[in-house]
Design a protein around this ligand. Structure first.
Ligand code: HEM
Length: 417
């Protein structure tokens, strides 16, 4: 390792990471006055980095690989074994094409329409209720819409549990003890019945529509012409269902931002689609969600005089890049206007990863996320009235993922025509 790379002294800094959460890398980039530094995390030497130039090298497939980079606890909960997140090169590209084939404008609109339909039907029930917990209700909506969109028929005895199980997959990776095991158990349960469903499709007993994830992933073939093994196909179908339910986190922050910035809500009532998109982009930039992503140095290289040794685990700071003062003016101010004439860098704005969709690991569901957020924003701004009573709306910068502590209680809900 080059002597000139700033280096955090000490045996291990996992505790500092747990204490400082989303700000861990950013704090050190500031104190070292450098976008890259070396440390030790989870008992291993690691490089942390952030900013536009760092993202550019991180997403260079010649320099970094994903195989062997994801911590075990993430694979056991969030990702699943042998999923796309751990692939490299041609195998990754072929698998990514399978995902991106689902992301046509027509298909994306179909999911947005399903979300709207489920939302309106749920809101009719909310009108009769004293109050509802927005985070939980939205997860039910997204879980039902995701299964319908993916062509997945949920077994009777799983319907009630499914939103909780999918939530546990993205809430448990950083958790300790029972909360972590909840995620592992949920993964085993969901993988089992989704796997059975895939076998039924292959046996001709289930016939999901052709443009659905269940159909496409059941019949996807590797380079050698073989189908994916059942477990891997199930992992990839869950790679569609789980993150759609995770949009609930962004939706909670959307609701929170409307509450904290009422003038924005008034603007949204009279503005067009462009402003709605700017608002959604700012929610994705401003609030904490995915803190960082990891990869391993594929082949040693030198960047800005710093030596990256082969095999070194490297973390790219997503949150910190979205709050980098070299990229964003007043990064800690919520301001949708900043996206009015934003030039659209794939490395400076990376809430769902950066770089290229097919050649790299950038989130396959980013366009889908934006459209689901836009349709939900319209429902919150133009299609319903509600009140937000006094409650603890603060959120942690340490818990990963983070949501407002009360999960946002809303009451006196009224659907508008
Ligand atoms: C809820 C909001 C979402 C966030 C914050 C998010 C974030 C991310 C991040 C940070 C990555 C990793 C990027 C990297 O490794 O460089 C990723 C990858 C991925 N996301 Fe998302 N995502 C979201 C929604 C979705 C949705 C809705 C889908 C699909 C329906 C989806 C499917 C995927 C897939 C398949 C990958 C793996 C891509 C690859 O390895 O090539 N995500 N996402």
């Amino acid at each position: 390792m080059s002597a000139s790379m700033p280096h955090e002294d000490g045996i291990d800094h996992t505790i500092s990471l747990m204490r400082e959460g989303y700000l861990y890398i950013l704090n050190r980039r500031r104190s070292f006055n450098c976008d890259v530094f070396e440390t030790r995390l989870l008992g291993m030497k690691a490089i942390c980095m952030g900013g536009k130039e760092a993202a550019e090298i991180f997403y260079d497939p010649e320099k970094f690989q994903r195989e062997g980079a994801a911590p075990h606890r993430l694979v056991e909960t969030l990702f699943g074994k042998k999923g796309i997140q751990t692939l490299d090169g041609e195998h990754h590209r072929r698998r990514k094409e399978m995902f991106m084939a689902l992301m046509s404008p027509t298909n994306i609109k179909e999911l947005a329409d399903l979300v709207k339909e489920e939302w309106i039907s749920a809101a009719k029930k909310w009108e009769q209720m004293n109050e509802v917990i927005f985070y939980e209700e939205v997860q039910k909506i997204l879980s039902t819409a995701a299964c319908r969109w993916a062509g997945v028929t949920v077994p009777e005895d799983e319907i009630k549990n499914l939103p909780n199980d999918l939530e546990a997959l993205f809430e448990s990776p950083a958790a300790l003890g029972p909360d972590h095991w909840k995620g592992r158990n949920a993964r085993n349960r969901v993988e089992k019945w989704v796997g059975e469903l895939i076998n039924q499709v292959r046996d001709g007993k289930e016939t999901p529509p052709e443009n659905t994830a269940l159909h496409r992933f059941s019949w996807f073939r590797e380079f050698d012409g073989t189908l994916l093994d059942t477990e891997t196909a199930a992992v990839e179908v869950i790679n569609i269902l789980r993150p759609i339910v995770a949009i609930s986190i962004f939706l909670n922050f959307t609701l929170l931002s409307l509450h904290h910035y009422p003038e924005e809500k008034e603007k949204l009532k009279v503005q067009d689609d462009k402003y709605a998109k700017m608002f959604v982009q700012e929610v994705r930039r401003y609030y904490p969600f995915f803190p960082f992503v990891s990869a391993k140095v594929r082949k040693g290289f030198v960047w800005n005089d710093f030596t990256f040794e082969e095999g070194t685990l490297t973390y790219l700071d997503l949150y910190g890049t979205n709050h980098d003062p070299k990229i964003w003016e007043n990064p800690d101010v919520f301001n949708p206007e900043r996206f009015a004439d934003w030039e659209g860098s794939p490395f400076g704005f990376i809430p769902q990863g950066g770089g290229d969709y097919l050649l790299g690991h950038r989130c396959a569901g980013e366009w889908l996320t934006i459209e689901v957020m836009k349709v939900s924003l319209d429902l919150l701004v133009n299609r319903m009235n509600y009140e937000i009573p006094d409650q603890d709306l603060s959120y942690s910068m340490v818990s990963i993922p983070s949501i407002p502590h009360s999960k946002i209680i809303i009451k006196n809900i009224k659907l508008l025509d």
